[in-house]
Ligand binder design. Sequence first.
Ligand code: SAM
Length: 653
Amino acid sequence: MSHSSPLWQALPSAEIDWKDDTPISRNFDDIYFNPGQGLAEARHVYLLGNDIPSRWNRSTCDRFVIGELGFGSGLNFCVTVQAWCAAPEPKPKLHFVSVEGFPMNATDLDRALSRWPELNDIKQSLLARYPDPIPGTHRLAFLDGNITLDLWFGDVAWATTRWAEQDLRVDAWYLDGFAPSKNSSMWSDQVLDNISHCSPKGCTASTFSVAGKVKIPLRERGFNIYKKPGFGRKREQLFALKQRDSKHLKIDATPWHKSSTPNARPEHVAVIGAGLAGSFAAYALANRGIKVSVIDPEGIATQASGNAQGVVYCRIPKRHAPLGDFGVLAFRYATQLYRDLLSNKVLREGVDASLCGMLHTFPRDTDSELVLNVHKLPNLARIVDEHEARTISGIALSQPMLHFPQSGWIAPKPLCQALLSHPNIELIKDGFENLTFTDSRLHLKCNSQNVLADCVVFAAGTNTKDLVANALLPTKAIRGQTTQIPAINTITSALCNEGYIAPAVGGQHCIGATFDLDDADTSPRSASDQENLEKLDAFLAIKNRQVLGHRVAFRCTTPDYLPIVGPVPNNDAMQDLYQSLQFDGKRIIPEACPMQPGIFVLTGLGSRGLTYGPLAGELLASLLNQEPLPLANELIRALSPARFGIRQLKKRS
Ligand code: SAM
């Protein structure tokens, strides 16, 4: 991690004054919405201002994308969800993409929305998912995935530039970033260029302001401008209609992570591998109505995903770097999914999983940045003294700990079984041999049958690199042995330092795992059990436990410890196209990458499958299905399978 990279910091919270129950921003000296009439105003200016309900009615698309500048209290979002629920079938799924640089805390958000009892259910489900001010992108799913909210926590210029880089296609904009006189950042040329880039012909925008600073730049960017009757005492509001597609993108990096020939949206996907990676990929695809065939000769979760228990792990980063940034976003997403699976009884509490919290050691010379961040991220983590740590965990601890209340343990195999029980998924117990591409379809030859699919996702852990032809996937298998020990019945939360222990299941704890580099030994060793027991003793003074069982598995890790997610380049063609990067690594080559048609990878989850897998699966499905993406470009590139070939080229420069 470079020490010149910026410090990782929680975002500044919105500073709010209240006039009755109307929030007023101290940062911008402006109201969030009309006092007393916010709901009617939001409906008038944004929802009806963009003519949204009747567009849903007429729509033949399966997804309607709303882009918003300024999430604020989420009132516009809630009003839109309320209208969507009331809209007749058939209607497109709703995808709401919003940016917020100064997130309201949950208490303020609750108060701001409380005056409208009709929004209560929506507010409650928003609050149940509402993230702490963690910088980056947060995907929140509502109503069985029919409504997706992508909350981009960061500055508007940062977010909209990423949207433009990703060629986000928006159907309607809510331009709600305070009046231009109070907040010029929302109306800068850069932001408006980005908005225009993301606005195809027929896209609309509405805002309460008819100021020249809004009208003129939108007109210059290809929108026709109309004035509509405003809300309440406001005479007019603005409605804009995009006349033509237009590109405003300045390419400032070689788009080697993007495909030069994007795949069509698939109807049928084959997933090779039925461990955590394959299960998360299949589940995310199946949730989109895509038929998925999961192919594995050994069945569900037989390799590294077959350990008895794993902990949903998280660290708070010190500086911005892809590993820490992705880790904390993935943790938030994963715990949301597990909470939903437990509350829907797809996972059985205490048998398959428990979000009982996790205590983690942290350095005693705690740097103040961590302490400052933790104060601003109360749902993510808290520092607890040794007494409270004991109350939480049921075991004596000799030092303060970081408590992650949303974390817990999961039994990976029942999790995979639950994910793969989705009605759109079939499990084929067969060994994949090879594939050919004919007539725009992939023909997968397996040991005893052939499978036809539009796309294939290789998610076979350490075997993946041998299954994908002409790709550079430098993964390593790292041996890990877990050890089963008898229950210590007082343990009530997960505990981590170098190893982990979680509350017992079926009278046993699963502890471990060892991290044995360059070690291909598949047999359990008593030395590895001893190592696990010694670590437990050093951490929790738990001595001389009997070994009830053990298991060896091989994690699939990458050189940068980040997963590999995305389309697979044709390595030879990629090296040809980008060969000049070997002479000048900073050169910008505007062409996207020649990818292998229909071929994707999700692997390299290392020891963090339970944490990284859900968001990795969601990213993969969003890429495959041509949807708005749940991560910013810097992280999509950091996870891309193409990164290794590019690094190899640049190394020569
Ligand atoms: N749509 C909101 C609602 O439904 O409650 C109200 C939005 S409020 C009028 C404007 C929002 O823009 C505020 O929440 C503010 O924090 C946010 N904002 C202002 N400047 C920003 C910037 N440069 N980057 C990101 N967000 C910003």
